[in-house]
Design a protein around this ligand. Structure first.
Ligand SMILES: [Zn+2]
Length: 603
């Protein structure tokens, strides 16, 4: 099953994305980069020390927005070329070059926010009254005022920004460039292993012997790099702690949640309620997997198998179009046109190759169309992954058109709502399309094993672990591999109880997740899915009016807080109710799986 992967240079061009609408060549990229550096110089000369009334505020912000719009395609290109092959020297150089120039530019531009915040608040208010355009930007800036440092300090910190983001680069280099997996052997036969093939194939391998052997080989290689990875992570954590202290936040949690525009109660609620109330349902699901597969014991390495591996339809990229189109048709013709273009104009990178980033993501540069990275394994499951990424694409396709460059992006808390919404739409569509119990069971198990497992279990357990890590850091301590392993194992044991044996190697799972370099990100998956579960139920019940509300939510981009966005979609996240309802719904799905399994057995 898991084959060894081709080099990037060997994959067919039609499986790759077309980056030419960003830049047609590296040369063009480098030219645009040096032009932008010049642009930043002249911006600084023109506006530094000269913003002194409402109209000059608006003028400077207009010029700033224009400059920022030119930065976006550069940063997108630099990260996208690297994401498809982290071993590519030219891409590494290009990305480093961009990082150092971008730091110079942001250091040069740091004066603007400092000077704006030094002005009397009434003057900023006046600018907001005169121009609706920059209202949200200025409001968000004023909110930051008490955490702003001396202008020279802000400038210096901006100049050091590549250093501050170095841990993430180091993490990726260790993981994607240095870490080489040897073949593993089962019954005299060798099997190739890589990060991508482990997470894409081996983890879900139906043969128990192969699956567990792959897990052991994978874990053994992770272990070789645990200390470097832990040290890298500690560097990230200490930088965040120092920043939080310097800026005067009460705690590192307040610092990391500040831009998300939610308070600690919304953050803690997701972790506390799910750890406690979802655990019994998921243990029941683990037990079902164990029974169906006739496993003597259920281990951590067995959690990703599908309920019915003999019924995992295979699907090509071409065939996926039909499902995606049918499932997302409810979102309307404009949305479907975007889906269509994403295939025909090669916005999507489907290829599987060495050095490619694991998982899937969507990048939606302002002023251009979205780009999606995915490694297509040919499993039907992939339809859910693609629908998810198209959900991000559809979000910014709308928000980028309706909002200016500063207002398009909403809080991280909300980011995973539109994406998981599309997974719900795919599931709803598939459930309507057939009454065959085996197919129904496959669909429901896909929602449980993928949508909810991924967002409510995998990422949530990461969040629970991450909270323990940050509590330590906030108390002035540091971490190392041993501490991280213990924290991770503790969370897994707490959640799974007696239902799953947390086998050696499971504690190293913290090494696999790049999200730890993105602040309090992991918990937002369950937050987003809580909102989308409730809205998708509304769509099933009410139809068009609920869809219309949702499209408006997408268009609002970052002009509203998560609480306001959810409210526009008809969900009140100031209470526990939506989360409780969602957990109960997952419980119902698991019960339905148990029932369908009985039905299929009797047949
Ligand atoms: Zn996502």
């Amino acid at each position: 099953m898991a084959k060894s992967l081709p080099l990037r240079s060997e994959v067919p061009v039609e499986d790759t994305w077309d980056l030419r609408s960003l830049f047609s060549s590296e040369e063009e990229f480098y030219q645009a980069l040096s032009a932008l550096e010049e642009h930043a110089n002249s911006f600084q000369q023109q506006y530094s020390g000269k913003v002194a009334d409402a109209s000059s505020i608006i003028e400077a912000l207009t010029a700033y927005a224009a400059l920022y719009e030119k930065l976006v395609p550069l940063s997108t290109y630099a990260s996208l070329v690297l994401s498809t092959d982290q071993t590519d020297d030219a891409a590494q150089m290009l990305s480093s070059k961009f990082g150092s120039v971008a730091a110079k530019i942001s250091s040069k531009l740091a004066f603007l926010n400092s000077e704006l915040l030094a002005l009397p608040e009434e003057m900023l208010q006046q600018a907001m009254n005169e121009s609706e355009e920059f209202k949200v930007y200025l409001e968000k800036l004023i909110r930051k005022k008490q955490y702003q440092l001396h202008p020279e300090v802000e400038k210096t910190l901006a100049a050091y920004s590549p250093t501050f983001s170095a841990p993430y680069g180091l993490y990726n280099t260790t993981k994607m460039v240095d870490m080489k997996f040897d073949d593993f052997e089962v019954n005299g036969k060798n099997h190739p292993l890589s990060y991508v093939s482990f997470e894409g194939d081996w983890e879900a391998e139906p043969n128990v012997e192969l699956r567990r052997a792959a897990f052991n080989a994978f874990s053994a290689k992770l272990k070789d790099y645990q200390h470097t990875t832990a040290k890298t992570y500690d560097m990230q954590l200490q930088t965040e702690k120092t920043t939080s202290d310097l800026r005067g936040y009460d705690s590192i949690f307040d610092y990391l949640l500040f831009n998300q525009e939610v308070d600690q109660s919304l953050y803690n609620r997701q972790i506390d309620l799910i750890m406690k109330e979802l655990a019994p349902h998921m243990r029941k699901y683990a037990k079902l997997l164990q029974d169906v597969h006739g496993l003597g014991k259920m281990t951590f390495a067995d959690l990703k198998i599908s309920l019915d591996p003999s019924y995992e339809p295979e699907i090509t990229v071409e065939e996926s179009k039909k499902y995606i189109n049918e499932a997302l048709a409810i979102m309307g013709p404009d949305y479907l046109e975007m889906v269509d273009r994403s295939y025909s104009e090669r916005w999507i990178d489907f290829a599987q190759n060495t050095g490619k980033s694991t998982g899937a993501f969507c990048s939606s540069p302002y002023g251009d169309h979205p780009y999606i990275l995915i490694s297509w394994t040919g499993r039907m499951n992939e339809v859910f992954v693609l629908a998810h990424e198209l959900g991000h694409a559809g979000h910014f396709y709308n928000a980028n058109r309706e909002q200016n460059v500063f207002n398009a992006r909403p809080s991280l808390y909300f980011i995973e709502a539109p994406s998981t919404m599309n997974e719900m739409l795919v599931a709803n569509h598939l459930l309507e399309s057939s009454n065959d119990p085996q197919f129904k069971r496959w669909v429901i198990s896909s929602i449980v094993a993928r949508t909810y497992y991924h967002n409510f279990v995998t990422h949530l357990l990461e969040a629970a672990y991450q909270r323990k890590v940050y509590e330590r850091i906030d108390a002035g301590q540091s971490v190392n591999a041993g501490i991280l392993n213990n924290l991770k194992r503790g969370v897994l044991e707490e959640f799974w109880g007696d239902a799953v044996e947390i086998t050696p190697g499971a504690e190293l799972t913290w090494m696999r997740q790049p999200h730890y370099y993105m602040g309090l990100y992991p918990y937002t998956y369950s937050a987003g899915l809580t909102i989308s579960t409730q809205v998708s139920k509304r769509i099933l019940k009410e139809g068009q009016p609920a869809v219309d509300d949702w499209i408006e939510v997408l268009k609002a981009g970052g002009t509203k807080t998560p609480v306001e966005l959810a409210k526009m979609g008809g969900v009140d996240i100031t209470t526990e109710q939506p989360l409780r309802d969602t957990i109960a719904y997952i419980g119902e799905l698991v019960d339905e799986l148990v029932k369908l399994t009985e039905e299929i057995k009797v047949k």
